[in-house]
Design a protein around this ligand. Sequence first.
Ligand code: FO1
Length: 320
Amino acid sequence: MNTNDFSNLRVVALAGGVGGSRMANGLAQILDPEHFSIIVNTGDDFDYWGLSISPDLDTVMYTLAGISNPQTGWGLQDEGHRCLEQMRLLGHPHWFGLGDRDLAIHLSRTLWLRDGNSLTEVTKRICSSLGVRHSILPMCDEPYRTIAITKSGEMDFQTYFVKEKWQPELIGLRWEGATHAKMTSQVNRLLSEADLIIICPSNPFVSIDPILNLPGVLDLVYSKPVVGISPIIGGKAIKGPAAKMFKELLDQEASASNIAAYYHKKSLLNGFVIDTQDQNLQADILAMDLEVLVTNTMLTDPLLQKEVAMCLMGFAYHLV
Ligand code: FO1
């Protein structure tokens, strides 16, 4: 595929978490900053040790900067945890593993927010310091927090996901701040001007829905060609939180076709990308009147991420 065919398309990715960050990194390798931006979920944000933590923004920034921890996908590579150890000795909570260099990002965000800067401005400053040239934008600048409603009570997302290791049985999700949260003017402009929207392989419930649920976002997304990538590969093999959430929230098995159906019910998709391990589900997704691309979607390293992005853009180009 001649990359000139799609390099002038204005592409916007919706992302959260590790999978979304890796897909965004693949796209950032083949699309320049004037034509590719990432809108990131902030529902995972929370306050910890008095600091403003934005895990999904940091994971996308670190991944595009090429400095994320390759094993976990979040946090920084070559990281120390001396402060975390000292905080443990002092009797503070230590279930959220903040690294020493990572702390500088959280301290800076907390200071700059306290000085009255928006989360969008703060994120731009951090990107600049990390040498990231693509626009990484929080979906909104107001606090808008995912709350897990579980059989053991309600808890913020990080407590559910990290401290409780996503084991509490989910009854539902709600968003604190939903009445005041609105997409930023930059997000509104990007979605309005986009030629193509990519829904990255992130958790649909806690990474993508928070973005789509913001007032006005769905109306803008409806008017654009949209391609999604399944975060579920080989449904039967999946043990992660997305599979457990699918079961507990929708009473469904997690599969690439159930993800496609979940987005399709919102009339979002024009095309969907599934892994070769899920080739057997292609017919089910075609039957939803969707275009389907079956390809490798493993995103374990930057070269694979670039290859998946090339396949994705070659497929999406024909839908624009
Ligand atoms: N995830 C964990 O499972 N354990 C951690 O200790 C942890 C620390 C952490 C620190 C900074 C950061 O940006 C992310 C961190 N994450 C950790 C990942 C984070 O909880 C998830 O990646 C997202 O919230 C899910 O999208």
